[in-house]
Design a protein around this ligand. Structure first.
Ligand code: FDA
Length: 317
């Protein structure tokens, strides 16, 4: 059931006719306002400043777009990521930029993607030289066909001493093995449940199995081996049971609050993020900005069917 629902949302995210209709409809603007900081780099950077000042919450900036096959849009996306890195460096925030490989050229040429990612990671390293903070180019993880290329891209840049981080998805059966390798590398890994759909051979299908795998992965991410390797766990979920579980395992294995973080999405249960920050936990929000907001918003609908009811009501009222 979860797979069918998510697959339909992915279909909606990829449909360019639907995207154009939704992004131009006034009825859907509540979704944009809820999940997106604004159209410009400045809007994204200012939201990041406000989150830090008001609640002590850090940000990861994300110029939206996915599966981009238009060379002009790829060039604009890469430029926006560079601009975002500069804008947040100027404001002395973490230079933390999220990127999907398919938005910076993977659809056209994997080599081109590597070139863009390399330049971005070098730029983040240069900007970070004089500032304290958690700086990195964070690779988002897309559909199953992108697992190997994204991990390889991350590892290549990491081997060059560049500040990179990787997202792994608990719904994928392979993730325990991938995580073990990243623990050995002492990486920085963001664990998510997974916003894509894959068949039963590749992926766990039910919520219970995915949660069970999330717990096992959290045990590994906060293991004594992971700590000794300098691994940095990022628990990216709005699931409070998993937050509590991660904190419990962290305490049991002697991790301090500066050695890991929680990450959530702008506009999704920000009350939970605030509560964690008030408890002294390190918290970050994923802050999307740009014009191309429909694919991001429709995934949020996939995660919470209540949003589909709100959307239907606003379209027909
Ligand atoms: P889960 O679905 O278990 O719900 C937990 C609670 O949060 C429930 O109370 C639920 O109602 C509420 N909730 C969840 N989503 C909501 C929403 N949209 N609106 C309102 N309430 C909501 N995925 C991926 O495949 N690749 C990636 O790179 C990333 N990157 C990423 C970064 C960050 C920072 C986050 C937080 C998430 C991602 N994801 C992702 C998405 C992730 O895979 C997953 O789809 C969502 O986080 C939803 O799962 P949760 O575990 O957060 O909540």
């Amino acid at each position: 059931m979860r797979r069918i629902w998510q697959a339909s949302m992915i279909g909606l995210a990829r449909s360019s006719a639907m995207k154009s209709f939704m992004q131009n409809s006034r009825a859907t603007s509540f979704l944009r306002n809820k999940y997106v900081a604004g159209e410009t780099v400045t809007a994204g950077a200012e939201r990041a400043v406000a989150l830090l000042e008001k609640n002590g919450i850090r940000s990861s900036l994300f110029f939206m777009g996915e599966y981009v096959d238009d060379p002009a849009l790829i060039a604009e996306t890469v430029q926006q990521k560079h601009d975002a890195a500069e804008a947040i460096a100027q404001r002395q925030l973490d230079i933390h930029i999220s990127v999907d490989p398919t938005q910076i050229g993977y659809v056209i040429s994997p080599q081109q993607t590597q070139g863009h990612a390399l330049k971005l990671a070098k730029e983040i390293k240069r900007l970070a030289e004089e500032s304290q903070g958690i700086h990195c180019l964070m690779f988002d993880m897309e559909d199953a066909s992108l697992n190997d290329p994204t991990i390889a891209l991350h590892n290549t840049l990491q081997d060059q001493g560049l500040p990179v981080a990787l997202t792994l998805q608990a719904y994928m059966r392979r993730t325990m093995e991938d995580m073990e390798k990243q623990v050995q590398r002492g990486s920085r890994v963001r664990l998510v449940k997974g916003a894509f759909a894959a068949g039963p051979k590749l992926a766990f299908q039910g919520t219970t199995e995915i949660k069970h795998n999330s717990r096992q992965l959290i045990e590994l991410m906060f293991s004594k081996t992971a700590k000794s390797k300098g691994f940095y766990p990022i628990i990216a979920t709005h699931d409070t049971n998993l937050h509590d579980f991660a904190i419990q395992v962290a305490r049991k294995n002697g991790w301090s609050k500066e050695e890991y973080e929680f990450e959530m999405l702008l506009g999704v249960r920000e009350d939970i993020a605030q509560n964690l920050a008030l408890q002294g936990e390190r918290v970050r929000l994923y802050v999307p900005f740009g014009r191309d907001w429909w694919p991001h918003a429709v995934r949020r609908i996939g995660e919470n069917p209540r949003n589909a009811v709100l959307l239907t009501r606003s379209l027909f009222s």
